[in-house]
Design a protein around this ligand. Structure first.
Ligand code: ADP
Ligand code: ADP
Length: 220
């Protein structure tokens, strides 16, 4: 129910084959890193998993359903996309309350996630005055708001300072230890080696490796 399955996934932008017959599964209870250089097709793949882009061929399913078929998407899947923009004049708490109200999530959950991401003090500050790292933390808060069993995060480390990176690593590992499915992209192998249990590696839209980090380390 919490497994992400990608099969034959393909997406072309004019002359660019962004994603090329990609297939893999992301299972619960582990952090799965989605590793590849810039332009490898990570964002395009994640956008298709989240129903924000339509594949030219193949499919992506979450617990056997397409994202658009999920009954309560925010409760089932938490997403953090790259370059997520917040309304500059609106506070962190206002963003989260609006999202909670539209998705039948109790208001008390807003304070809870603000605490989880370390934004309790800044809850009423306008998002336009947030640093990159704070904006990224607010993005993580929106992903966690519905207490979802599946998390899909595109380059969540972007904008975080070293302390923020360590915080995120601990958070992702504890979410996975609770039995959630955690799928997180990065172009940094050093970061993924510390954070992930499994790695799905892509290059030029194609699968390069699908392996456990322990196995990979043992072969060196
Ligand atoms: P990554 O997330 O790994 O950096 P992307 O999925 O963003 O990779 O991009 C994969 C390829 O698809 C790149 O060559 C990129 O330039 C191209 N691409 C992505 N989105 C678009 C788009 N909206 N229009 C045209 N080309 C795109
Ligand atoms: P706004 O006016 O603040 O943009 P929206 O109605 O667009 O309000 O709110 C939808 C927000 O929820 C968007 O910012 C989108 O990125 C985010 N979102 C959509 N799906 C998910 C998800 N599964 N998990 C977390 N956030 C999501």
């Amino acid at each position: 129910e919490r497994t992400i399955e990608v099969r034959g996934l393909t997406k072309r932008y004019r002359s660019t084959l962004a994603v090329d017959r990609l297939g893999f599964a992301v299972r619960p209870g582990a952090v799965t890193g989605f590793l590849g250089p810039n332009g490898a097709g990570k964002s395009t793949t994640m956008r298709m998993i989240l129903g924000l882009d339509t594949p030219d061929a193949g499919q992506a399913r979450i617990g056997g359903r397409r994202y658009r078929e999920l009954r309560r998407p925010l409760r089932e899947v938490g997403a953090l996309l790259e370059a997520k923009a917040f309304h500059p004049g609106r506070s962190a708490v206002a963003h989260l309350r609006a999202l909670a109200a539209g998705n039948d999530i109790p208001r008390s959950r807003v304070d809870e996630v603000l605490g989880l991401v370390g934004l309790t003090e800044a809850a009423h500050r306008r998002a336009g005055r947030f640093s990159l790292g704070m904006a990224q933390r607010l993005g993580v808060a929106t992903a966690l708001l519905g207490d979802p069993g599946v998390l899909v995060m595109d380059e969540p480390v972007n904008g975080l300072d070293p302390e923020g990176i360590r915080w995120l690593r601990t958070l992702l590992r504890s979410l996975a230890a609770e039995g959630r499915t955690v799928f997180v992209s990065s172009h940094l192998i050093s970061e993924m080696a510390l954070t992930a249990d499994r790695l799905v590696v892509i290059g030029a839209g194609r699968l390069v490796a699908d392996t456990s980090v322990a196995e990979l380390s043992a072969s060196y």
